[in-house]
Design a protein around this ligand. Sequence first.
Ligand SMILES: [Fe+2]
Length: 399
Amino acid sequence: MKKIMSVLLSLTMFFGLISFAVAEDSALDIQFNADGKFKIMHITDTHLNVDNVDASVFAIGRGCDLEQPDMVVITGDNVENHQDTSETKMLIDKLMTVFQSRNIPVAVTFGNHDSEGDCAMTREELMAYYNTYSCSVSVDDGPTLSGCGTYNVPILSSDGGKIAFNLWIFDSNDYDAVGNYSCVQADQVAWYKEASAQLRADNNGEIVYSLAFQHIIVPEIYDVLKKVDYKGAYIYEHHYNAGEYYTFDPAQENRGTLTESPCCGYENFGQFDAMVAQGDVLAVFSGHEHTNTFSVKNQGIDIVNSHSTRYNGDAYSTQYGYRTIELNEADTSKYTTDIVHWYDIFTIADSIELSQAGDSFGSQVARSIAFQGVFQKLWNQFTYIIVKMFTGRTVSYSY
Ligand SMILES: [Fe+2]
């Protein structure tokens, strides 16, 4: 058991000055375990609605029980209802109860859909509602920053004596003035630079290694994909530049799968350049594209995408799931990560076991994923092999 300790540290910018606000009443400790390990579960694009919520939260709970994460990070497009506030809250309740009941700290930020539409709860209202759960370590950054949900979560050393690692959580906003996907804005970039420098200064001038999380991917992903001038299987047109096509670059360090065009913001206020300059961010994790699971390195930073974390009851969504990220206090300049699909964690044996335990709903979800997942997995593998056979291109790397 980890010690109970308040560690939520919020950095706010006010008239150009940085101040640290410590939430003394947080009952959740965020620190490396006694064995020096720390495990994060990345959940994104749950897109919960009345049709998929029960199966999705069951699957997420099963993932939590298997992984035993020390913390969960949720990166937007969390619930789909934008008309009925009581239903939106019900969907959030079902999601947050998964973590509250297991005492897992959760950091939340938002995507392009969370506050979409005239009747939707605002990001500030949503954040306040998530924060009615004591497992939430999320922060409304207040009116001085664009969006809602740009903050950091320091991870203390196992002895609690210092900040050993850090998570940057960015609200990448929703849409720009002309309807393109948005991005982290200039004021948020300025906040990050100041806060990163402050963390380093407070660590005797040594970098506090960090991971960044946000909904919308940085546009620099296109710099490390291979640009080609033809269409083809698993070759995707640039989200904004017609006639430019991209695929994995065999000269790069590629991991995972590219199955959709990366939908970054059209504008770019220098977030990625700032992270390169600060030197603290090992990887930036996003969602938004529901089946992309790649990790591609750019200037020392891994640009990573995680797949959607929901189960819609069909074969296609058995390939969804979550990402795990593991840290080791002995060397915080590295991390390991893995993708877990729903079809990886549900078997017919699980279905039988759940049935015998009296959980008929869980048994039915497990059976459905196990059966449908076999076909989805085979189809995925078949298409990757066919592309490799006829084009020589690798379109899926290891996970
Ligand atoms: Fe999205």
